[in-house]
Design a protein around this ligand. Sequence first.
Ligand code: HEM
Length: 158
Amino acid sequence: MTSVQTPPEVTLINPLPINQDSTTDFDMMALTMAALRFVNPWSVEAKAQWSEKIEPGTPEAKDRVITLVEVSAHDTPQDCWVVIYDRVYDISTFLDEHPGGAEIMLEYAGRDASTAFRSSGHSKAANKALERFLVGELPMHERMYRRPGGMRLSDIPE
Ligand code: HEM
């Protein structure tokens, strides 16, 4: 005789009991994040307060201090800055002229390109060409290559 087995009774236990206050917690978190975003000094909206755009390679560029955070806001093909050996270059007009192509330089838009520039084996002429695009220099506390009393790489331009 065959007997029909009934499955054992299963009681579902919610392993994570829903906290009645979880919605309130979430709202508080969202509110805090929104407030932080509002006061965030790095917000892109702050861009308007940063340095005026100047003509690259002009004498004022030598005295202008530009922070890494400001450089990072210039990261498009129309407005492309890079840092090479602690100096800031606006290469927006050079992208299409670059013998190595625009794509490779755009990877460094808004960022430090020193090691990429160095390891591509650029000539002395390429180092000299940098001057045309100079718009400023990093503040002392953000520099890696040109610190007073620091060791200088022999091949970085004056
Ligand atoms: C403002 C910055 C730059 C300037 C003025 C510049 C200038 C030049 C110049 C004049 C050349 C021709 C070869 C030479 O004279 O050395 C060249 C080639 C090249 N550059 Fe740049 N460059 C810059 C940034 C970069 C960056 C960030 C990269 C990234 C990796 C790069 C990668 C290359 C490569 C791969 C070549 C070789 C192209 C070939 O031989 O086919 N360059 N660059």
